[in-house]
Design a protein around this ligand. Structure first.
Ligand code: DP6
Length: 360
């Protein structure tokens, strides 16, 4: 597949107005995407668990307009008009226009809401951009006279979502998604996410993710700035190779269900992501004292029990705690009694692996 596969034939049908609604999840990377080239091409492959409860629901209403000069749209979050969301969507529209030539023909009303609080520090770009990409794909489907297969629909939705936010391309389907070319993973692509195609041991069924909200503030480093830090980074080359190696190791770990080996890869990936930020120019520390408190308590708990609990981080201070379903009760008890007070307002969100987006 190349980019040209996603350029549609001229549409035969026309529509005056209508609306589509999609609900799309967030995801948490196990092997991290950190560093990209032109056109949202990742420097290394990544793999993520799709989440189940942390979702964005977006309704796209469209009305045909008189002239096709410019993009015309408004964005609402929980019913409130959001002027500050517009530049990101304008950039998104510019990037995808070639693949959705109808974008200038309509006025769009984009109404969005999240199941998680907007100010929680949980990135909504993956769920938000994937939900919008899916709504746009529904519109393309209605304009096309040929049937779009499900596979094509999802692939192009992921392709478009990637152009909105890289990690969003891993939020279309579930439950384990690979994005970025990897020599051992058939069908893997830099252009879109694919479902992990090999055997996954039952130890990973309904894997749990509790997100500890250590810092609900605005992101200290935007993802664009963050990814750019990998240009001319002294350790970049080795880091990108390491991501390939870690994904190779995960293939056998997913097959065998070896959770000790899983923990090593996942925690090392999280710390490497932060190490990249600490060793870039300019440099950043995105962990907070409470992030470290939580990590140390997780390590102590693991040493004192037989637990397979582990942590991962995204580009911020919040901690994702990953654990097998059969430890749900004990780990939640541990979180409530020993970790919650390290979170802002003792706030945490419990989630688990999910199966992707759905149309409403
Ligand atoms: C640390 O997908 O937010 O969460 O492509 O610039 O929108 P853009 O970046 P984004 O980066 C996410 C980085 C990460 C790791 C990951 O999800 O793989």
């Amino acid at each position: 597949m190349t980019e040209s596969n996603f350029i549609p034939k001229p549409y035969k049908k026309s529509l005056e107005n209508g609306r589509f609604t999609w609900s799309s999840p967030s995801n948490i990377a196990l092997v991290k995407y950190w560093g990209k080239k032109e056109d949202q091409i990742p420097e290394n492959p990544s793999i993520s668990f799709t989440l189940n409860n942390c979702k964005t629901t977006t309704t796209l209403s469209f009305t045909e307009k008189e002239n096709n000069n410019e993009f015309s749209f408004d964005v609402f979050l929980d019913g409130e008009k959001k002027e500050d969301f517009k530049p990101k969507i304008e950039t998104f529209f510019k990037r995808i226009e070639n693949y959705l030539p109808f974008l200038r023909h309509f006025y769009f009303k984009i109404e969005t809401s999240n199941t998680f609080p907007h100010s929680s520090g949980i990135a909504s770009s993956a769920s938000g951009m994937s939900a919008l990409a899916l709504c746009l794909m529904s519109l393309e489907k209605s304009l096309s006279d040929t049937q779009l297969s499900n596979t094509y629909f999802n692939q192009k939705a992921s392709f478009l979502a990637r152009l909105g936010s890289g990690s969003a391309c891993r939020s279309i389907e579930g439950d384990l998604i690979v994005w970025g070319t990897h020599h051992e993973i058939d069908g893997s692509s830099n252009l879109f996410g694919i479902k992990y195609p090999y055997q996954v041991h039952q130890n990973f069924n309904n894997y749990q993710d509790t997100i500890l909200l250590v810092d609900k503030g605005e992101k200290q480093v935007s993802s664009t700035v963050g990814h750019n830090l990998m240009h001319n980074h002294p350790y970049a080359k080795r880091r990108f190779e390491q991501a390939h190696d870690n994904l190779s190791q995960l293939i056998s770990i997913f097959k065998s269900g070896d959770l000790d080996a899983f923990i090593k890869i996942v925690e090392s990936e999280a710390l490497t992501l932060h190490a990249m930020m600490m060793t870039s120019m300019p440099y950043f520390i995105l962990m907070k004292p409470n992030t470290l408190e939580i990590i140390n308590k997780i390590w102590a708990y693991r040493a004192n029990t037989n637990s397979k609990i582990c942590f991962t981080l995204d580009a911020g201070a919040n901690v994702h705690i990953l654990y097998p379903e059969n430890e749900k009760e004990t780990v939640l008890d541990f979180i409530k009694t020993k970790l919650a007070h390290h979170c802002q307002n003792e706030h945490f969100i419990t989630d688990q692996i999910g199966f992707g987006a759905n149309q409403i």
